[in-house]
Design a protein around this ligand. Sequence first.
Ligand code: NAD
Length: 441
Amino acid sequence: MARTSRLPGFYKVSVEERRALVGEATGADLTDIERSLEDGGLDATTADKFVENVVGTYALPYGVALNVRVNGHDYVVPMVVEEPSVVAAASNASKMIREGGGFIAETDPPLMVAQVQLTNVRDRREAMECVLAAKEELLALADGAVPGLVERGGGSRDIEVRLVGTEEDAMLVVHVLIDCRDAMGANLVNGAAERIAPRLAEITGGGIGLRILSNLCDRRCVRVHCHVPASALATDDMDGTAVIDGIVNASRFAELDPYRAATHNKGIMNGVDAVVIATGNDWRAVEAGAHAFAARSGRYAPLATWRRHAGDVLVGQVELPMSLGTVGGTLRVHPAARLSLRLLGVTNAQELATIAASVGLASNLAALRALATDGIQRGHMALHARSVAVAAGALGDEVERVATMIVEARDITLDAASKALTVLRTPRTSDRAVSRWELDE
Ligand code: NAD
């Protein structure tokens, strides 16, 4: 557990210095940090054990979100993401949320759903009753497929039967709810589904269809809320209460319009996915679950909403399913993913879920605050300018200088960066500021 996640000036120091600061804040060994992140944390030989036809690895930036406090605990949160401004936004918004006491989070038990589809069931109503009558036998059968999980306090918990489709294509679907403890659970759940399917076919007189988990793991949700005082949200040009009104307006827009809700939720997933990837988890599973959950009412809706409360306080809340593991999958073998778990110091998968969802809520707040004030482009493009500078060929110190030049010139394009770089490398102009007029020449 981090002693503190407040590390002022962190962004100003070198990569090496940041590693030392993260080590100090989390108690992690500096050599461990350096070794685990070498080559993006994964060499080609290890990668060859993960997937097929490996010819190399593909690295992404590994940063840490600061200021994150969840249920009174401080975390330095690893984030793996290629998009500029995501880590900074999560850190800045977490700082504002911290002023209101931090994130308050709770989770459901780690229940996943195993689905068994049964086809051509003649008397579906009677079959449903027979399945429910055999519940104890079926739960025991499912448990037989996951003995290691049962030993650790997990295992199957309940059976549900659903009738889906119309009279012509109706099918019976049996759900087994399985407590996966600290595993994401897909393999465990799939094993249990396959184990009970033949018995279900016998009981119902139907044919065996699909046997697999559902990624709409709505029994495994995490809920986070936060209170942000108006004073923490104020900008140079806008007072805090006006910013609150702007954020609430943005929330209402997303609640009323699926076109806006999609982008609103993308902003949440900026934070969530970055934590999910950094901890070696399956982000496609989390994405699929989040969007299916967002559409559960039949209309696609925002996962997070914001309201103004008495005393000029902004209150935000997010709820989404979160199938994360701290064991299993590829976690065991990815050194950087293992490092992430060590830096976080989480003791179980539910704790990890509260952190990922909190960073999602922070990302959402940062985006809505920017939209309600300066617009998203100012901050975003300023950070994007560094990638543009690199793309134009800037090296070392040139990156920051070219980025500053194109931001000041309000022309954050590859073309402008190339011109700026040429100007910078020309002895005549390299020692003084370059104006927009010069870039235009
Ligand atoms: P897994 O197969 O590694 O199973 C987890 C293992 O960890 C089990 O053997 C379990 O007994 C053990 N374990 C040790 N300590 C535990 C604890 N405290 N709590 C729970 N289990 C503990 O992994 P998994 O989680 O079953 O499956 C995850 C993998 O499945 C991911 O790689 C995912 O990408 C993949 N997958 C996903 C989908 C999908 O989402 N649709 C489908 C198939 C596979």
